[in-house]
Design a protein around this ligand. Structure first.
Ligand code: ATP
Ligand code: LTN
Length: 333
C-alpha cells in the first residue's frame, strides 16, 4: 500500500448475476484504475439484504462475485477485496452517520422510492438507510474517488453532504469523496426499453445481458433488442436511444471509440449490426466465464483473498472509526 496514492472505493451488491451494465459502468473501470489508486473493492452483502434474499443464493452469489472481480482483471495483490459484513466498522459508522442524516432526505432518494414501489410488502428501515451505509463504506476508508454508474450519483452526493456536515460540526475528519462517472457507459439501458437502465433484477430478463449468459442467449437477446424506425447507425441518445445504447456496448467490448464504431457500421442494416454486437459481447464473455469457473473451483484461494482483504480493510476502517468516536465524545479505554 503506497501512502502517496489517492484512495479509491467501490462496491457491488451480490444480488443475482451481474449484467454487462454493471461490468461497463463499474468493474471494467476498477481494473483500469487499480494501478493509480490505493483501491478498496467490496462485496456489499449488507446492502443486498435490504431486499429479501435467499440465504443459500446470497452465499453463492458472494463467492461468485469475488471470482468475477478477479476474472475481470481486478488484482487481489494490488487491491483490497473484501466482504462488507467482515468489517463491523461499516455498521458502527453507519449508526453514527444516521444521526447526521434527515429522514426527509432519505425519503426523497430515487432508489428508495423505486425499490419501495417494487417491494411494497417490505419497505424496511434498511432500505431507507441504504445511502447512509453506503456513506459509511466510503468515508471509513477516506476515499478520494468512487467510480460508480450514474444511478448511484444521488447516493454519492448524500455521502458528500454527510461528510461535510460532520466536518462542520466537529473538525475536518472525513475526506469528501468525488464520484467518477464514465463519459459513455455510465448508464447502459435495458435492451427492450431504452428509457430504463439495464438492471440485474429487472422483471424481464430478455432486456439484460448477464455476464453468465451463454453465447446463444446473448445472440438471441441482442437480436430482439429495440432499435428505432430509421436505418442509420448513429450515436444520438436523444433520438436514437436503442441504437446509441448498442453502439456504446459495442464500443466498450470491441475496444473502439464510438466514431470508429459508427464508421464501421455505416450503411449496415440493423439486423447485421445487432448480430455483430452480440458476437463481440459473446466472444468476450466466454473467457471471463471460464476464468470465473476456474477460480470458483479453488475455494481455498478465494477464502485466502477474503481473509487478507478483511484484515487490511479492518485496519484502515478501525483507524477512522476510533477518530470519529473520539470526536463525538464516546469514552474510550
Ligand atoms: P439491482 O438491479 O439489483 O438493484 P444493479 O444492476 O443496479 O442492481 P448494483 O449492485 O446496484 O447493480 O450496481 C453495481 C454497480 O453497477 C454500480 O456502480 C452501479 O452504478 C453500476 N450499474 C448498475 N447498472 C448499471 C447500468 N445499467 N449501466 C451502468 N452502470 C450500472
Ligand atoms: N449501492 C451501490 C453498491 C455500493 C457502493 C458502496 C458503491 C455499496 N457501497 C460504496 C460505491 C461505494 C450500488 O451500486 N448499488
Amino acid at each position: 500500500m503506497e501512502e502517496s496514492k489517492k484512495t479509491l472505493y467501490s462496491a457491488v451488491q451480490p444480488t443475482n448475476s451481474l449484467t454487462i451494465g454493471n461490468y461497463i459502468g463499474a468493474i471494467k473501470n476498477w481494473v483500469s484504475l487499480q494501478n493509480d489508486y490505493n483501491c478498496f473493492y467490496a462485496i456489499a452483502n449488507m446492502h443486498a439484504i435490504t431486499v429479501r434474499q435467499n440465504p443459500a443464493e446470497l452465499r453463492k452469489n458472494t463467492l461468485s462475485l469475488l471470482a468475477l472481480y478477479i476474472a475481470c482483471g481486478v488484482d487481489p495483490e494490488k487491491c483490497t477485496l473484501y466482504i462488507q459484513s467482515h468489517v463491523p466498522a461499516h455498521a458502527e459508522l453507519c449508526w453514527v452517520l444516521n444521526t447526521f442524516t434527515y429522514v426527509g432526505e432519505m425519503e426523497r432518494m430515487t432508489q428508495f422510492k423505486d425499490k419501495s414501489a417494487k417491494h411494497a410488502d417490505n419497505i424496511n428501515m434498511g432500505l431507507m438507510d441504504y445511502p447512509v451505509l453506503m456513506a459509511a463504506d466510503i468515508l471509513l476508508y477516506g476515499a478520494d474517488v468512487v467510480p460508480v454508474g450514474l444511478d448511484q450519483r444521488q447516493h454519492l452526493e448524500i455521502a458528500r453532504d454527510i461528510a461535510q456536515r460532520f466536518n462542520n460540526v466537529y473538525s475536518p475528519t472525513f475526506t469528501v469523496p468525488e464520484g467518477v462517472y464514465m463519459k459513455h457507459g455510465a448508464k447502459i439501458n435495458d435492451l427492450l426499453d431504452s428509457t430504463k437502465k439495464m438492471s440485474k433484477s429487472a422483471e424481464n430478463v430478455n432486456g439484460s445481458i448477464f455476464l453468465s449468459d451463454d453465447r446463444d442467449t446473448v445472440l438471441r437477446k441482442f437480436k430482439r433488442a429495440v432499435t428505432d424506425s430509421g436505418s442509420e447507425i448513429k450515436y444520438d441518445p436523444d433520438n436514437k436511444a436503442g441504437v446509441s445504447n448498442l453502439l456504446t456496448i459495442y464500443s466498450v467490448f470491441a475496444g473502439k471509440t464510438i466514431p470508429e464504431a459508427e464508421k464501421q457500421f455505416a450503411g449496415v442494416g440493423y439486423g447485421e449490426f445487432k448480430l455483430a454486437v452480440g458476437e463481440t459481447v459473446a466472444d468476450k464473455l466466454a473467457p471471463l466465464q471460464a476464468e470465473q469457473a476456474r477460480l470458483l473451483a479453488d475455494k481455498a484461494y478465494l477464502d485466502g483473498v477474503l481473509k487478507s482483504g478483511a484484515e487490511k480493510a479492518s485496519y484502515a476502517a478501525r483507524k477512522t472509526l476510533s477518530k470519529v468516536y473520539k470526536k463525538i465524545g464516546f469514552y474510550q479505554i
